[in-house]
Design a protein around this ligand. Sequence first.
Ligand code: IYR
Length: 222
Amino acid sequence: MSEPEHGFRPLDFIERDPNEMAVRARDFRALMARRRTVRDFSDRPVPQSLIENCVMTATSAPSGANQQPWHFAMIADATVKSQIREAAEAEERDFYAGRAGEDWLGALAPLGTDADKPFLEIAPWLIAVFGARYGRENGKRIKHYYVPESVGIATGLLIAALHNAGLATLTHTPAPMGFLNEICHRPDNEKPYVLVVTGYPAENCMVPDISRKSFADVASLF
Ligand code: IYR
């Protein structure tokens, strides 16, 4: 290995009993299998500390060259949420009116989505996830590696953390969503990737009656 710029320290690894490992793997699978994307939220408040803890979990994700090329804007302010709803719906109206194209709209039909996004104002929290295309140090551009992959992994951890905490989530991707830079005051080297909507589901919340692919269809063994 080449000479590192930092020292090394012992890994903080928890050795577990194999039976406990099997139980934990099954329990976590069962917990995550119950996650569903939700579009019908309650306005019931959710404490900031809960959201912050879940975002901290997201920031523990691995990233290209440990550059941690992400930013999470946590939004609870009603005025900011209204601005986001207005901008997102404007884009979505164009999208559903034809910009998406027939094939895309056909693929979305089973979800029953449309340009109305009331959840952007109703849900107590929106988390705008940004990826830094490059970094800046003393006015110099620093190249970032594997930005979409790193941000995707972090977002996956965020969704798992929110679900684990007992909240419902929606990964919402109004396209294009450059308006999020302006509303969240993020620099133009940061690209918005996704808006994670979170809170309690509305009472009697319904979700599409769809299923996951069979394990054999999505996994193979060598
Ligand atoms: N952004 C639109 C459309 C949309 C696209 C995909 I791919 C989805 O999985 C769901 C929706 C919207 O949010 O309605």
